[in-house]
Design a protein around this ligand. Structure first.
Ligand SMILES: Cc1ncc(COP(=O)(O)O)c(C=O)c1O
Length: 392
C-alpha cells in the first residue's frame, strides 16, 4: 500500500497546510533534493576533467546522472542528453535534424501538443521551407488516428506527439502512433513531459526515436532530459564547440558546462522515487486520487477530456458556465488551494478546437492525499454555490 504519510513527511513545503494542485506546472520537491544541491556545491564545485578529487567527483556524478536517467527511460546511458529544459532541448534537437531535411519535407504535430513540441518545428519550417501539419483530435480530445493516417505520406520525416496532454490530461496510444510513423518512414518524436511523472516509460518498448521530459515535473530540479536513439545521435551533426568529445554520444549535444548541482539533485530525485516504490506505485495511487476528485466534482462542472481515469493522467481541466475561472482560482488560493486558471495552457491547437474560454487546471501529484482532494472538492463546491465569480 502507498504510504502517503511517509511520502509527505519528506517535503517541508507540504507541512504548511497549503494544498498544491498545480503539478502539471511544476511539482513540489522533497527536502533531500534541495539538500543534494547544497551538498554538491560544498563537495564538488568546479569542473570536470581535472585530476583532483572534487573534479573526479563531478565526473562520477555526471556518469551516475546519465546512468540513472537511462534506467528511468529504458535506454542506455550514452543515449541521454541533458539540457536546460525540455523546450531548449527540443529546439536544439529539431535544429540538428533540420540539417538533414530538405525543402518540402513534412513534419506532423498534433492538436494535443504543448507548444514546446510545435513551435520548434514551425521555426524550423520557417527557416528551411518545410511543411508542418497538425493531426486532429476527436471531440473527446483523443487523437484522431485516421487523420494521422491521412496526413502521413512519403514526405513525412517526423511525427511529433505527446504521451499526455498538459491541459486536459488525455493520453495517446503511443504504440499505434509510432507504428504508423515508422511504417511511413518517419521518426517518432515523443514529448513525455506530462507522462513521465505518472507512468513508467520504456523507450525501447515504445520504439521511440526521440523522447523528452523535464525533471521538475516529477519532484526534481529544473532540468531537461532527452533520449535519442543511438544510431540517430551518431548520424547527426551536432552544434558543438570543436574540442567537445564525442563520447558518450549524447554528450555531443550538450552545449557548454552542465549544471552539476542540478544533476546531483536529479540523482537525489531518483533515490526519492525509488524510495517510495517507483513510478508504477505512484500510478496506482494517483488513479485512486483521480477517482476521488472526479467523483466529488461539484454539480455544474464541465470537464474537458476523459470523464474517468482511463486514458488520462490525473490532470483535469474544468470550468462552470457563467463563472469566471480566474476569480475561482484567486478565491481558492486565498483558502489554501493552488490551482491555475488559464486560457490556452500553451496547447494552442487544443484550445482552438475545444474553445473552453478559460478553465481551472487541477493537477494531482502522488504526494496529494485523499483528504486534500475531499477538502478541495468541498471548497470548490462552496465557492460555486455562493456565486463567487458568477458573471451577471
Ligand atoms: C507537455 C509539455 N511539454 C513540454 C513542456 C515544456 O517543458 P519545459 O518547461 O521543461 O521546457 C511542458 C511544460 O509544461 C509540457 O507540459
Amino acid at each position: 500500500m502507498f504510504d502517503i504519510d511517509r511520502v509527505r513527511s519528506q517535503f517541508s513545503s507540504l507541512s504548511q497546510g497549503f494544498v498544491f494542485l498545480d503539478a502539471p506546472g511544476g511539482t513540489q520537491v522533497p527536502d533531500s533534493v534541495g539538500a543534494a544541491v547544497a551538498q554538491n556545491f560544498r563537495e564538488a564545485s568546479g569542473n570536470i576533467g581535472f585530476p583532483y578529487e572534487t573534479s573526479q567527483r563531478i565526473g562520477a556524478l555526471v556518469d551516475e546522472a546519465r546512468e540513472r536517467s537511462s534506467a528511468l527511460l529504458g535506454c542506455s546511458a550514452e543515449e541521454i542528453v541533458f539540457g536546460a529544459n525540455m523546450t531548449s532541448l527540443n529546439f536544439m534537437m529539431s535544429r540538428t535534424i533540420g540539417r538533414d531535411l530538405s525543402p518540402g519535407d513534412e513534419i506532423l504535430v498534433t492538436r494535443l501538443d504543448h507548444d514546446a513540441n510545435v513551435a520548434p518545428w514551425l521555426e524550423l519550417a520557417h527557416d528551411r521551407d518545410l511543411i508542418v501539419r497538425e493531426v486532429d483530435i476527436h471531440d473527446d480530445t483523443t487523437l484522431d488516428m485516421e487523420d494521422l493516417e491521412r496526413l502521413l505520406g512519403p514526405k513525412t520525416k517526423v511525427v511529433a506527439f505527446p504521451l499526455a496532454s498538459n491541459a486536459v490530461g488525455t493520453t495517446v496510444d503511443a504504440a499505434q502512433v509510432v507504428a504508423l510513423a515508422h511504417a511511413a518512414g518517419a521518426l517518432a518524436w515523443v514529448d513525455a513531459v506530462q507522462y513521465a511523472p505518472h507512468f513508467p516509460i520504456d523507450v525501447r518498448a515504445l520504439d521511440a526515436d526521440v523522447l523528452l521530459c523535464s525533471s521538475y515535473k516529477f519532484c526534481g530540479p529544473h532540468l531537461g532530459i532527452a533520449y535519442g536513439r543511438r544510431e540517430l545521435l551518431e548520424s547527426w551533426r551536432p552544434y558543438k564547440a570543436r574540442p567537445v568529445g564525442n563520447d558518450p554520444v549524447g554528450h555531443r549535444f550538450e552545449t557548454g558546462t552542465l549544471p552539476y548541482e542540478l544533476l546531483a539533485a536529479l540523482v537525489a530525485t531518483y533515490d526519492y522515487l525509488e524510495g517510495i516504490g517507483g513510478i508504477a506505485e505512484v500510478a496506482a495511487w494517483e488513479r485512486e486520487l483521480g477517482e476521488r476528485l472526479l467523483s466529488g466534482l461539484p454539480e455544474g462542472a464541465t470537464l474537458f477530456g476523459s470523464p474517468t481515469m482511463d486514458h488520462r493522467v490525473p490532470t483535469f481541466l474544468v470550468n462552470f458556465e457563467g463563472v469566471s475561472s480566474d476569480d475561482l482560482s484567486v478565491a481558492l488560493a486565498k483558502e489554501g488551494f493552488g490551482v491555475w486558471s488559464g486560457d490556452n495552457y500553451y496547447a494552442l491547437g487544443l484550445y482552438d478546437r475545444m474553445a473552453w474560454g478559460s478553465a481551472l487546471r487541477i493537477g494531482l501529484a502522488h504526494y496529494n492525499s485523499l483528504e486534500e482532494i475531499d477538502r478541495f472538492n468541498d471548497a470548490l463546491a462552496a465557492l460555486v454555490k455562493n456565486g463567487v465569480g458568477r458573471r451577471s
